[in-house]
Structures are given as structure tokens and as C-alpha cells.
Design a protein. Sequence first.
Length: 187
Amino acid sequence: MKITNPTILEAQEKMTKAEQALQRELGNIRAGRANASLLNRITVEYYGAPTPLNQMAQISVPEARVLMVTPYDKTSLNDIEHALMASDLGIAPMNDGSAIRLVIPQLTEERRKELAKQVKSVSENGKIAVRNVRRDMMDSLKKAQKNGDLTEDELRDLEDQAQKVTDASIKNIDAITAEKEKEVLEG
């Protein structure tokens, strides 16, 4: 289905952004596996300025449950270690003098279920964002019809297209959520 209406194209773009935001948000949920995105929101005080950790160091995953942070500037190692300790990660960094290792602990079954609920909650927020975009799009289309820019038949066709775009986005969100839930529950 080729979409040409600018209102629907704009809404589709916003829905895609909502899906991407959901993926970023879910990336911050620790699933018992090492994932470099866990450190995305960590900032380090570097020469007096808060600097994102991923701009100061290489973050790698040498083993399934180990994150290795190798700073580009070795003098920043202690600053990075302090930032990791001060963060809400709940993982003690191990400094070996040239890199920092973060060993992600195995999750308990209870914690996995809590995280699965959190994933569902974040997912529902993503769906709400998509539905809000759909509502705004429908309002805009109805306003255009009221102003005489669209006939009733055109409005109906565009509303069908809008619903198809919304359904596709919700389906994507469900797929993203199912993948993350599987990751969390299997560890």
C-alpha cells in the first residue's frame, strides 16, 4: 500500500519514532545478559563537563554476562569507575588498571517476572504514544474534510489507511516486546 497523504506520512514517521523510543527504553532494562546499551545513559564528569560514557570509552561484551569498558584516555579510568558506582546499575565495577569489567549477575526467577512486567508497562506506553498519534491524525483528517479539502469517500479511504498504519505499528511494538520478554525470561 503506497501512502501519499502528508498527514498519514507524518503520522507514520511519528509512529516509527515511537517504536524506536520503545527499543531504546527496553535496551535499558537489564536482562541478565551483557548489553552495551545498559551504559547509554551513564555520564562521566570529564574535565568539568558531563560526557556520555560511550563517547569516552569502547564498550565491548567479551563474555555473555560481562561488559568491558576500555577508556580511550587511560587517565579517565577512575572518573569512569566513580560514575559507574554512582549510577543506578547496581553492578560493582572491577578496575584492572587499563579497563573496567562489569559482571552482570544472574537474575532470579522473581526478578525476571518483575522485569517482564516492566517490559509490558514500557510497551503499553509505546502503544499509547502510537494511539495518540493516530487520534491526532484522525482529527486532522476530519478537520480537512470539514474545511472541504476532502470528500467523505476520501476521508473514509484515508481513515482506513490510517488504521492500517496504526495496526502495523502496534504489531511492530508487540514483536519488539515479545523479543525483549523472551530475552528477560530466558536470561
